[in-house]
Design a protein around this ligand. Structure first.
Ligand SMILES: *[C@@H]1O[C@H](CO)[C@@H](O)[C@H](O)[C@H]1NC(C)=O
Ligand SMILES: *[C@@H]1O[C@H](CO)[C@@H](O)[C@H](O)[C@H]1NC(C)=O
Ligand SMILES: *[C@@H]1O[C@H](CO)[C@@H](O)[C@H](O)[C@H]1NC(C)=O
Ligand SMILES: *[C@@H]1O[C@H](CO)[C@@H](O)[C@H](O)[C@H]1NC(C)=O
Length: 227
């Protein structure tokens, strides 16, 4: 009985912690102005991580994301991987995107690598934290170019940076043309670091670092307001 009570109290504590998770927020204006976020902490240890910036703005029909990776040394990707392959096994910058204010069960996972290859899928994660045994599914965007996705990637090895500018069609989130202003979103941003020496191990960084080495914990998604 004592053990049961302790367990129940501990579980209640966990739930309370999850719903009280403190997350960052950012205001995003119409282009060409931008809202910027920057992060430099690892997941989940919060140790120093190479600085990573994302500048966001919206147009009548799209979300524009400019990812900048600073202090890059490896530029490690697999040249045989193409669109929607497992580019996240190497080095990528990522955005998890959801229109709404609650902790999502479904969201878009968007990634780009230093080879300008993109990955775009809808995720179904009904446990909101990828609990072992719970469903966890991906629905890939099969024709991203026609749908309005695009990317441009510039490597600057002397400056130790790489930058990708990515366009995401707002229609996939049911935002009609010219209706983005005033919408509210949950998002998180991530970067992976690895090298030929350390692969498949990775160092992970996030805007809103989850408490486990996983990106798929949606109570940690930050708040994003299109203004
Ligand atoms: C790159 O990807 C291909 C295809 O998935 C795989 O066969 C190969 O082993 C990978 N190369 C490296 C260096 O990881
Ligand atoms: C993960 O999600 C499940 C179901 O949504 C919940 O019961 C559990 O407490 C969560 N685990 C953590 C560590 O937050
Ligand atoms: C990157 O991919 C896009 C398509 O998403 C293409 O238009 C562009 O020319 C590619 N190259 C670079 C260097 O960004
Ligand atoms: C990856 O990490 C594990 C666990 O820390 C370690 O045992 C292993 O040697 C690492 N592999 C490489 C290639 O660094």
């Amino acid at each position: 009985m004592h053990n049961l009570l302790t367990l129940t109290t501990a579980a209640a504590g966990l739930v309370a912690t999850a719903s009280a998770t403190k997350v960052p927020s950012v205001n995003v204006p119409a282009c060409p102005r931008v809202g910027s976020i920057s992060y430099s902490k690892s997941v989940p240890d919060l140790t120093p991580f190479p600085r990573t910036q994302v500048d966001l703005c919206y147009t009548d029909t799209s979300l524009e994301l400019a990812f900048t990776a600073f202090d890059e040394v490896n530029y490690y990707f697999n040249a045989s991987q193409g669109i929607n392959d497992d580019i996240w096994e190497y080095e990528v910058m990522e955005a998890f995107l959801y229109k709404g204010t609650d902790d999502p069960k479904t969201y878009v996972e968007l990634e780009v690598n230093p080879n300008n290859v993109t990955y775009q899928a809808f995720v179904y994660n009904p446990s909101k934290n990828r609990t072992a045994g719970a469903p966890f599914d991906h629905f890939f965007v099969s024709d991203p170019a026609t749908d309005g996705f695009s990317a441009t990637t510039v490597l600057n090895k002397p400056a130790k940076t790489w930058k990708s500018t990515v366009t995401v069609p707002l229609g996939i989130f049911n935002v009609d043309d010219c209706k983005a202003k005033g919408t509210q979103w949950r998002m998180n941003f991530f970067r992976t670091i690895t090298s030929p020496e350390t692969y498949p191990n990775q160092t992970l960084g996030a805007w809103s670092p989850p408490n486990e080495a996983s990106f798929h914990i949606t109570p940690y998604f930050g708040h994003v307001n299109f203004v």
